[in-house]
Design a protein around this ligand. Structure first.
Ligand code: DUC
Ligand code: ZN
Ligand code: ZN
Length: 489
């Protein structure tokens, strides 16, 4: 019997900070040593010629979630986490989504019951708040934040989810009082509503008009407004799934002023365009997501933002709906663009796509890749340093990559239950061939070794990133507004 349970030998280790040659020793599910000549272990993996990277942390995915219009995602917690781990992701943070009128606590219990017996890798939950009643804001939310649900998403659009600006301020104020990260879906609701109505009135119902109805101007305006609300409350936000240069510029401007505005973009905004929604028949429905894919200039802007730090994280926004009457075509064989479930799958390809086109083509370096896909996600959402890095004491969540493996994407190589991939036909180089979760091999050479229920729930800490700047607007500063303490903290 050796002291170590596992040694990963001869690999090139990369973290968000450094790339170096080292063996990695694991005991009781954690990394316990990095170095040379570490001795022997019960189990050894030869990583010669391979990259040894932290397993990805997926900060934005929808699993076993029923949409506000009543459509169930194709993936449950088994297929969703299996698909994730085959693509090098070892932690997922999907949503526990509150339906209007429902208790948040009950919502969380329901998602726990689904995830516990099925998840193959570790998971936490963000909350989606669609009904910020006094009970939710005053009682349920503070208690849930204490229990490790330290981030939540709010929507500025969608009839059944959207909050008005007043409600957004209430949520931001609760986040400030209790310490939580607020994720914002930023699109102008009435611009979408008006454009959609006019398009439908003119009989423009096909999938491509989805992209027309979700304008760049509407995304930019909402990002600007969300930033103003965040500034007034002195409460950081994270703008999710940024698709347009216009929204990105608003975020960059705010960051340049020193505001804590974080942002995320996704594969669909790098690899798809609005042209994909024009495909034959109803095929364009497979590419309908919100915000929609844009154009080449926006794609180039997203790459710039990934490289220059405007975006802290890269997430899939995996929102998988089958291309049949259980999903995209639930409203009938020719639904209007308003009836098509919004979302594209991407949980398995998130890392390989970014690795191939980002690291492989020199747009970002390997350390930035690790930061965007793992380390920063863990930091922003209260999982660091347990997750998202390879360091002594961290969980041994590790993906061993063959950087030279070339493949052409085809849905048959993936493990989700969606039935299609929007990225079919793209040639990629690099794939994680062995993936470990807490030191256990979950994937090796194309085979699954993990089981249902192996994943553990992660109660998350409050992240540093969610802490207010302490830079109050004059109107919110009791010393300058006749003593009124409007923030209550
Ligand atoms: N847009 C969202 O806001 N969520 C899920 C998928 C999508 O397209
Ligand atoms: Zn969203
Ligand atoms: Zn989403």
């Amino acid at each position: 019997m050796s002291y170590f349970d596992l040694l990963i030998r001869n690999g090139t280790v990369a973290t968000a900070a450094d790339t170096f040659q080292a063996d990695v020793a694991v005991k009781d599910g954690r990394v316990v040593a990095l170095g040379e000549n570490l001795g022997t272990a019960d189990h050894e993996i030869d990583a010669s010629g391979k990259l040894v990277l932290p397993g990805g942390v997926e900060g934005h995915c929808h699993i076993e979630q029923i949409s506000s219009s009543g459509i169930m995602t194709a993936d449950d917690f088994y297929s969703g986490t299996v698909s994730a781990v085959f693509g090098g992701t070892t932690t997922v943070i999907p949503f526990a989504a509150q339906q209007k009128g429902a208790s948040l606590r009950q919502t969380v219990e329901d998602y726990h019951a689904c995830a516990g017996p099925k998840a193959v890798i570790d998971y936490g939950f963000h909350l989606i708040i669609s009904d910020p009643s006094d009970q939710v804001i005053g009682q349920e939310l503070p208690a849930l934040i204490r229990d490790g649900f330290t981030s939540f998403k709010v929507y500025m659009t969608y009839d059944d989810l959207r909050l008005d600006d007043y409600q957004m301020l209430e949520v931001l104020s609760a986040a400030r009082r209790n310490g939580a990260m607020v994720m914002v879906h930023a699109e102008n609701h009435d611009m979408i509503r008006w454009l959609s109505q006019k398009l439908l009135d003119a009989n423009h119902w096909q999938p491509q008009y989805h992209a027309v109805s979700h304008s760049r101007a509407g995304e930019g305006e909402a990002a600007h407004r969300a930033i103003a609300l965040s500034r007034l409350m002195d409460q950081p936000i994270l703008v999710v799934h940024v698709s347009s240069e216009e929204a990105m510029d608003e975020i960059r401007l705010a960051q340049n002023k020193g505001l804590k505005i974080f942002a995320e973009t996704c594969p669909q905004y790098l690899f798809l365009t609005a042209e994909d929604l024009h495909r034959d028949g109803m095929d364009g429905a497979m590419f309908c997501c919100s915000p929609p894919p844009r154009g080449a200039a926006d794609q180039a802007a997203m790459w710039r933002g990934l490289a220059n730090g405007t975006f802290s994280i890269f997430s899939s926004d995996h929102a998988p709906y089958r291309f049949d009457d259980s999903g995209k075509l639930k409203a009938g064989p020719e639904p209007t663009f308003k009836q098509i479930a919004n979302g594209v799958p991407g949980i398995e390809l998130r890392l390989p796509l970014l690795f191939s086109e980002g690291v492989g083509k020199g747009r970002i370096d390997l350390n930035r890749f690790v930061a965007l896909t793992a380390t920063n996600v863990a930091k922003l959402y209260g999982l660091s340093p347990r997750k998202g890095t390879i360091a002594v004491g961290s969980d041994a969540d590790i993906a061993i990559w063959d950087p030279d493996l070339e493949q052409t994407i085809d849905h048959a190589m993936l493990h989700d239950d969606v039935g299609y991939t929007p990225y079919a036909g793209i040639k990629i180089k690099g794939w994680p061939t062995t993936v470990l979760s807490r030191g256990r091999v979950v994937v090796a050479d194309g085979a699954l070794h993990g089981s249902r229920g192996d994943g553990q729930f992660l109660a998350r800490a409050v992240s540093e990133a969610a802490a207010p700047l302490g830079r109050l607007e004059p109107e919110m500063d009791p010393a300058r507004n006749f003593g009124a303490d409007l923030l209550g903290r």
